[in-house]
Design a protein around this ligand. Structure first.
Ligand SMILES: NC(=O)c1ccc[n+]([C@@H]2O[C@H](COP(=O)([O-])OP(=O)(O)OC[C@H]3O[C@@H](n4cnc5c(N)ncnc54)[C@H](O)[C@@H]3O)[C@@H](O)[C@H]2O)c1
Length: 411
């Protein structure tokens, strides 16, 4: 594999919300991949690709467990290369998972336990979290695991936390849409975000609970009511859409999976999920039929899993993988890595909609820049799909805002 070049990133003039990146360098690609030096000693499966050339400890292996394994594979040259470039991540961040006993929460907690950047992993649920925490705590990776059950322990769970991930709530069953979950999940997200505002208002908040198109605006309103809203730190997790797009495109075009990056914009439900196939890296050409087929498959991939599980829930394992990647990216950004990009559903002024998923640059303070370049030079198909998704996304946002504005949150 060619070395990943040390790319420069051009940041445009600040806008009302965030700085905007003006363009992505052609040499830069995103996706899941191994580091450039070799394939065995630097598996970075949870990383969106960056231009960083140095090797970083793998999230999957942790420092203690992984290094011995990798050392047994590495050649002398590889070891020398590693010694020159190795970063030494410090396990110093606190991460909380709310809904940690669930289908997503459990594998997500396990994957976060493997991060060398995490010192404390707090697992919260309304039930059954003790066993999950006891189980995961036996993994010999750096973080200390603690369990918290029920509303009375939620505050303690959140104190001092840097990143809060929220997969709490009910998942879809065959025949339901994400919007059908609104009535239950809206209240769950409201209450959990309210506790975040009270106990760790500076944390990055990752919302997984569906319908993300509405739960993120709900979270924003609750944080505003509490006087602690920072739009740069509130994220709807859409990483799974990118992960799926990368996988399906690589399969279809016979590309090496770890090289493929497809930005996915819009929202996280049905037609609001818009993969920008024309922006695929490395560049690939698609017939009209392929574009239609891939776009529809990416949009309906969640339903594919819901139907295959036949009533036993929605995507949990791939979702945990995607969410862990987004956590890892956030931690790297918090840790000062200046080269972290992910797609996420955030407050945005890239379109007329107040929330929109796009590629963003992550930094120590959250979203450092929205990246508009993916939205420039769209194909006619993409432009039409973008216009078509706006009314649905707008109404989901308005539904969330209206719900939150009816609530009275104790300041
Ligand atoms: N963003 C995405 O891409 C994406 C993908 C898949 C699923 N999801 C969503 O993630 C959510 C969780 O899915 P799952 O499969 O893990 O569901 P699940 O039912 O297996 O787990 C949900 C967990 O949340 C807990 N919970 C419920 N109310 C809670 C509360 N008030 N506080 C804390 N925990 C609470 C439950 O006890 C359970 O352990 C669903 O809303 C689903 O639609 C999002």
């Amino acid at each position: 594999m060619a070395a990943i070049s040390a790319a420069t990133f051009t940041i445009g003039a600040p806008t009302s919300l965030y700085q905007r990146g003006s363009s992505l360098p052609q040499s830069k690609s995103f996706g899941l991949r191994f580091t450039s030096q070799n394939h065995l000693n630097g598996f970075c499966g949870l990383r969106a690709v960056s231009s960083v050339r140095c090797e970083v400890e793998s999230s999957f292996s942790g420092k203690e467990t992984g290094s011995a394994l990798r050392a047994s594979f590495a050649t002398k040259a590889q070891k020398e290369s590693r010694n020159q470039h190795q970063l030494q991540p410090q396990a110093s961040y606190k991460v909380a998972v709310l809904g940690a006993a669930g289908g997503i929460g459990q594998p997500l907690a396990l994957l976060i336990k493997m991060s060398p950047l995490v010192s404390d992993l707090h697992l919260y649920d309304i039930a059954n979290v003790k066993g999950v925490a006891a189980d995961i705590s036996h993994c010999n990776t750096p973080s200390q695991v603690r369990d918290f059950t029920g509303a009375s322990e939620l505050g303690d769970c959140l104190k001092g936390v840097n990143v809060v991930v929220i997969p709490a709530g009910v998942p879809r069953k065959p025949g339901t849409t994400r919007d059908d979950l609104f009535n239950i999940n809206a209240g769950i997200v409201r209450d959990l975000v309210s506790a975040v505002a009270d106990n760790c208002p500076g944390a990055f908040i990752h919302i997984i609970s569906n319908p993300v198109n509405s739960t993120v605006p709900i979270a924003a309103e609750i944080l505003k009511q509490k006087g602690v809203y920072d739009p740069k730190k509130l994220f709807g997790v859409t990483t799974l859409d990118v992960v799926r797009a990368n996988t399906f495109v690589a399969q279809r075009k016979n590309l090496k999976l770890i090289d493929v990056d497809v930005p996915v914009v819009g929202g996280h439900a049905g037609i609001t999920i818009l993969p920008l196939l024309s922006k695929t890296r490395p560049s690939a050409s698609f017939t009209d039929e392929e574009i239609e087929e891939l776009t529809v498959r990416i949009q309906n991939a969640g339903t594919e899993v819901v139907e295959a599980k036949a009533g036993a829930g929605s995507a949990t394992l791939s979702m945990a993988y995607a969410a862990a990647r987004f956590v890892e990216s956030s931690l790297r950004a918090l840790d000062g890595d200046g080269d972290v990009y992910e797609c996420a559903y955030v407050q945005s002024d890239l379109t007329e909609l107040p929330f929109f998923a796009s590629r963003v640059k992550l930094g120590k303070k959250g979203v450092e820049a929205l990246i508009p370049s993916d939205l420039q030079g769209l194909t006619e198909y993409e432009q039409k799909a973008l216009e078509a998704l706006k009314p649905e996304l707008k109404s989901s946002i308005e539904r969330g805002v209206a719900f939150a504005q009816k609530q009275t949150v104790a300041a």
